[in-house]
Design a binder for this molecule. Structure first.
Ligand code: NI
Length: 182
């Protein structure tokens, strides 16, 4: 197992539509294991393939009061109700917003071993699955807000990324000056 690197917005393939799996083989079991480990390492409750650079229709979810699950080729076949709830995203760290989502959903998918799943989810698990399914279509949570709020959150994240780059560069500067004294 391995902790994978997280792709930050708007880097590839985060804003692209991910391809479905034609078949579920051992590589999917391995990828799911790595995604479970990565989600846990970053304290996330959900993670989608494009967030770890894999543009395929796979996601993992781990609600605080439930077992971790993996969904391959998930489809939300029914949605009911609507409620706003706070969301963040490992690909847009340090920004949050209240996002409207369906309260209850019906889901069809395969698990990482190819077994069919057909279930109802509600509340937080339903929210996680909707957020992660959006990632499979290249959609991030600010895209679900009204246009002004979307701009505001994305602008805020541009600032977060600018600070992250500056911190990485200053660390690199220290490393370079000590490794290359000339
Ligand atoms: Ni996300």
């Amino acid at each position: 197992m391995a902790v994978l690197d997280i792709v930050l917005y708007p880097d590839d393939p985060l804003t692209k539509k991910a391809a479905p799996y034609d078949a579920v083989g051992p590589e999917v079991v391995q990828l799911a294991a790595d995604m479970y480990e990565t989600m846990a390492a970053y304290d996330g409750v959900g993670l989608a393939g494009p967030q770890v650079g894999v543009s395929r229709r796979i996601l993992v979810a781990h609600p605080p009061e439930g077992e971790p699950i993996c969904l391959v080729n998930p489809e939300i076949t029914d949605m009911q109700g609507r409620v706003e709830g706070e969301e963040g995203c490992l690909s847009l760290p340090n920004v949050y917003a209240k996002v409207p989502r369906a309260v209850r959903i019906h889901v069809r998918a395969l698990d990482e071993r190819g077994a069919p799943l057909d279930f109802e989810a509600e509340d937080f698990l339903a929210r996680i699955i909707q957020h992660e399914c959006d990632h499979l279509d290249g959609i991030v949570f600010p895209d679900r807000l009204d246009i002004l709020s979307r701009e505001e959150v994305l602008h805020e994240f541009e600032e977060v990324r600018r600070r992250m780059r500056e911190e990485a560069q200053s660390r690199l500067g220290v490393a370079c000056s000590s490794a290359h004294p000339l």
